[in-house]
Ligand binder design. Structure first.
Ligand code: GRF
Length: 203
């Protein structure tokens, strides 16, 4: 199965998926890594792994539709079975999302539906929460609102900073994302209506 991975920055989730492929745990091929920002470390990670890269720079487009149309053309040129948003920091238009619905995943650093949006670690600390985590979901037009597939929880410690909390969450990101991608490429994970299904059972 063919993956296209979209990034905007470090690409640590890309790296986790890459490692699962390289160790033979995940039987898939990353056809391309596409970033909306040039010069991000995730592009270097891809290049070092011999994976084709592309940049579709959103600042070069007058509007969101123009960007999404170009991005879609780039993605479709690789004919992916699955599009993986991995630290991709763009809100996608409903038309783009509908084109990939059922074969596009996202990872979000919170226990959705809590803390949609950005700066999740900071917001949890500000609220004095004692639990946080990460969610992997199918992408639907509702921002950070798609059907949940898998979550992982971490404790919030009194000594936590935004950085220490983010690091604890990222450890779990790098566990659950490769697992969810594996389920999908094995044909076990499907989106049925607005419900994620694993082996025919509602998640
Ligand atoms: C991570 O917190 C991820 O959950 C979010 O973007 C951040 C950076 O991800 N989507 P990565 O290191 O670029 O994969």
């Amino acid at each position: 199965p063919t993956l296209v991975v979209l990034i905007s920055g470090s690409g640590s989730n890309l790296q986790a998926i890459l490692k699962a492929i390289q160790t033979g745990r995940l039987q898939a091929r990353i056809a391309a890594v596409i970033s909306n920002r040039p010069d991000v470390y995730g592009l270097q990670r891809a290049a070092e792994a011999g994976i084709p890269t592309a940049v579709v720079d959103h600042t070069a487009f007058a509007n969101r539709d123009g960007f999404d149309e170009t991005l879609q053309q780039q993605i479709d040129s690789f004919k992916p079975d699955l599009v993986v948003l991995a630290g991709f920091m763009r809100i996608l238009t409903p038309a783009f999302v509908r084109h990939y619905q059922g074969r596009m995943l996202n990872i979000h650093p919170s226990l959705l539906p809590l803390y949609k949006g950005i700066h999740t670690h900071r917001r949890v600390l500000e609220d004095g929460g004692d639990e946080h985590g990460v969610s992997v979901h199918f992408v639907t037009p509702e921002l950070d609102g798609g059907p949940l597939i898998m979550q992982a929880k971490v404790p919030v410690l009194p000594s936590d900073s935004e950085t220490s909390l983010a690091e604890r969450v990222q450890v779990q990101e790098h566990v659950i994302y490769p697992q969810v991608v594996k389920w999908f490429v094995e044909g076990r994970l499907k989106l049925e209506g607005n419900q994620a299904m694993l082996d025919g059972n509602a998640l």
